[in-house]
Design a protein around this ligand. Structure first.
Ligand code: ATP
Ligand code: MG
Length: 737
């Protein structure tokens, strides 16, 4: 194979197969392309495909890499090209029993985790308002990334009420996962590491197998991922890592930038190749991205160059408000589309998922098809979660969480009380609820009242049958059986609502997912399907079938490229987020994210902001983003096609009248989220209680008035305009004036 289309440095990296190799280079310099060519070269050199392991971060990146390798060499069957999580899953499926799990363990995704934490909080009398499940889960995840169990957490943490709550939940959470033969996403990595560390023969097997290992986006590996790779590569040392310290955007999730900066320390004989030519973006885009990232102090100095033309300047538009901003973007896209650009060329990359709604609305108004890439969207739908819970139970009867989810879905008259009873009964017998239900002795069913007995029995019978016969049934047969015979589908049909209609459509669409799986798998089983699905549901899955605009967060855009990119919401407090103003590390991470976002663009880059924005229900004036101020002003233009006479930008882009920025005074943007939380708490706390006859008061809805009488629980107020009202004391939002 000739690699003439690669530059000298790239070719050098492709040919350097033995020993540790670090490819350190900026965005769009062909790191990923070099990696795929390197794999092709290996095959050409006669290295067996099954000796090769290539790891990336998202399903999309893995699929793309496999495709690219296939286009170079054809078949890639025996090659492991996958995400970290998928790699661990594969190993654990074979060896779970070595570390005390059943091989048919299930994976809990984000919303399962939340449910579990909520349940635990309820049982332990911990308020899920005060200690949000999401918060607790983020602490647990941080702990797991550092291999810190509940006890270690307790020893290391402070002893405030918050830490006590986290500890209590964490401890119970871990034992519940165990009981349910389940792992969360962090466990996949952690348990795989434990497996390789404790079982020498397993480690040796994989070390011998994977003689050549490659990791893309290495800058975003966390501690556990780093250890996994080090272990696997320890024997042959043929490890090639590829990355860009300027693109490390997952520190908040434990990614450790030092993994890339220290690679040369870990492997003193490592060869380092730097790629400096950017092939992706036109000159102005590259220059603009640099003018931002160079403000970061902790980075390896490097500058990319391109032989491409300068291209258009970067478009900047300051809209009146956030709705108008979205409308502007939609109009620009519509205009360029009519002038001949495919809708697939466009990406809108925002900082937070919440920003997508306005763009979805604006694009719909303009009749422009789009897709939102947020991974959870489809799989987070209730009906899909329900049916997945049914399927999981078939695989793993120990999964009480799934049983709890579906036992009364559709309604079978099993309320929380009956469920508690069932749970207690099962506990006494040392079984999970579902195990107890399908137990041939059947006593458990008898504890149910008549009206639910029949329905639950019917459900249990179907599930039991599916479970027993699962190796003889196809995954789609199992799916159909469950959907129909559990009564789930019928109950939706009976509802006869538009919403139920669309749920049914989604359930039908799910059959496509199953069909695709059955086509691609060697030996399709419901176990494998469920495991794959749980992984797939968490991350991006791009649908390329129709031409449409793509929207996603800048985080999920890593490694991707688009001819035209819009980055909206360039306002202090949104991007960079308000917390960055207290914390230099955070500011640098946000800046790297900005660099990632800008370098996704090949030909055109649009930046926008809104003068007035509504967030968390509150409308405020905004200030243009620090990052905008950092972009070399020569590279900006305000002359976008639909730009009005926009004089509002303090950047002076449109008018061209200002020629520099005065040093800005220290500035702290308004923290809208914090404010919204305070308001919520205030509202939840109700009104004043020490009210007396004759007090002037103000009510949120009725306005001002005079208290005419007060009892233990009732306040009677004569409102100036709303008349006399009797209100609940302490609950009604009454404030003394
Ligand atoms: P990122 O940092 O964003 O992940 P990357 O370094 O992995 O980027 P690639 O995605 O591999 O970069 O390549 C960027 C673009 O440049 C792709 O469109 C690729 O096809 C093209 N490219 C890479 N190398 C060359 C080359 N030698 N000649 C022409 N085009 C190239
Ligand atoms: Mg890449």
């Amino acid at each position: 194979m000739s690699f003439d289309n690669l530059n000298d440095k790239q070719q050098e990296a492709v040919r350097q197969l033995d020993g540790p190799l670090l490819i350190l280079a900026g965005a769009g310099s062909g790191k990923t392309s070099t990696m795929t060519h390197r794999i092709a070269h290996m095959i050409e050199e006669g290295i067996p495909a099954w000796n090769i392991l290539a790891v990336t971060f998202t399903n999309k990146a893995a699929a793309e890499m496999r495709e690219r390798v296939e286009s170079l060499i054809g078949d890639t069957q025996d090659m492991w090209i996958l995400t970290f999580h998928a790699m661990c899953l594969r190993m654990l499926h074979i060896y779970a029993d070595r570390i005390g799990y059943d091989s048919n363990f299930v994976i809990y995704d984000t919303s399962d985790q939340k449910t579990l934490v909520k349940n635990i909080e309820k049982e332990q009398g911990i308020s899920d308002r005060e200690f949000k499940p999401q918060y607790i889960l983020s602490v647990i995840s941080r702990c797991k990334e550092k291999e810190m169990g509940p006890e270690e957490y307790r020893r290391s943490a402070l002893e405030g009420p918050r830490e006590k709550a986290v500890y209590a939940v964490y401890k119970e959470y871990e034992s519940r996962l165990r009981e349910n033969n389940a792992m969360d996403f962090d466990d996949l990595l952690l348990n795989c590491l434990r497996l390789l560390e404790s079982e020498t023969d397993v480690l040796e097997k994989y070390q011998n197998r994977f003689r050549f290992i490659m990791v893309d986006e290495y800058q975003d590996t966390n501690h556990i991922q780093y250890r996994l790779i080090s272990l696997l590569a320890a024997k042959h040392h043929n490890l090639c890592v590829v990355g860009d310290d300027d693109q490390c955007i997952y520190q908040w999730r434990g990614a450790d930038i030092s993994n890339i900066l220290d690679f040369e320390k870990d492997f003193p004989d490592a060869k380092v190749i730097k790629l400096e030519q950017n092939y992706r973006s036109v000159g102005n885009i590259l220059a603009a991205a640099h003018s931002v990232i160079r403000h970061n102090t902790s980075r390896k100095q490097k500058e990319l160059w391109t032989t491409r033309e300068d291209g258009e300047k970067i478009n900047y538009y300051r809209a009146d408000n956030d709705r108008e901003e979205a409308d502007y973007v939609a109009r620009q896209i519509g205009y360029m589309n009519r002038s001949g650009r495919s809708l697939n060329d466009f990406a809108i990359l925002y900082r937070t998922n919440a920003q997508s709604r306005l763009f979805e609305e604006a694009l719909s108004r303009h009749g422009i098809p789009y897709q939102v890439l947020s991974g959870m969207r489809y799989y987070d739908r209730k009906e899909i979660k329900d049916i997945m819970a049914y399927m999981r139970l078939i695989v793993n009867p120990a999964d009480d969480l799934s049983l709890t989810r579906v036992i009364n879905e559709p309604k079978r008259g099993v309320g929380p009380k009956s469920l508690d009873k069932l749970a207690a009964f099962a506990r006494v017998r040392g079984q999970s609820i579902f195990e107890a239900l399908i137990d041939p002795d059947g006593e458990m069913l008898d504890t149910l009242p008549g009206r639910s007995y029949d329905k639950v029995k019917e459900m249990v019978t179907v599930m039991k049958e599916c479970r027993e016969q699962r190796s003889d049934m196809s995954v789609s047969d199992i799916y159909d059986a469950l959907l129909v015979r559990t009564g789930y589908l019928k109950s939706l049909e009976d509802e006869k609502s538009v919403e139920a209609e669309s749920r049914i459509e989604n359930l039908m669409e799910f059959k496509t997912v199953i069909a695709e799986y059955e086509k691609s798998a060697e030996d399709p089983t419901v176990e494998e399907f469920m495991a794959q699905l749980t992984l797939a549901a968490e991350v991006d899955n791009m649908d390329d079938s129709q031409t449409q605009v793509t929207m996603m967060t800048m985080h999920s855009a890593k490694g991707l490229e688009f001819p035209v990119v819009f980055i909206p919401g360039l306002e202090d407090g949104l991007f960079p987020g308000s917390r960055a103003f207290d914390d230099d590390d955070q500011m640098e991470e946000e800046r790297r994210l900005c660099y990632v976002g800008m370098t996704r663009a090949k030909e055109l880059l649009f930046l926008t902001s809104a003068e007035v924005r509504t967030r968390y229900g509150r409308t405020d004036y905004t200030r243009e983003s620090q990052f905008l101020r950092e972009v070399d002003k020569k590279l900006l233009t305000g002359s976008a096609v639909y730009q009005r006479r926009g004089q509002r930008s303090s950047l002076g882009v449109s008018s061209g009248s200002r020629d520099g920025f005065a040093k800005e005074p220290a500035y702290k943007p308004f923290d809208a989220l914090k404010y919204a939380k305070q308001q919520t708490r205030k509202a939840a706390a109700g009104g004043d209680t020490d009210l007396n006859q004759g007090d002037r008061v103000k009510h949120g809805k009725f306005g001002e008035g005079l208290v005419i009488s007060v009892t233990d629980s009732i306040v009677t107020v004569a409102f100036d305009t709303a008349g006399i009202k009797k209100l609940a004391k302490g609950i009604a939002p009454l404030k003394k004036l």
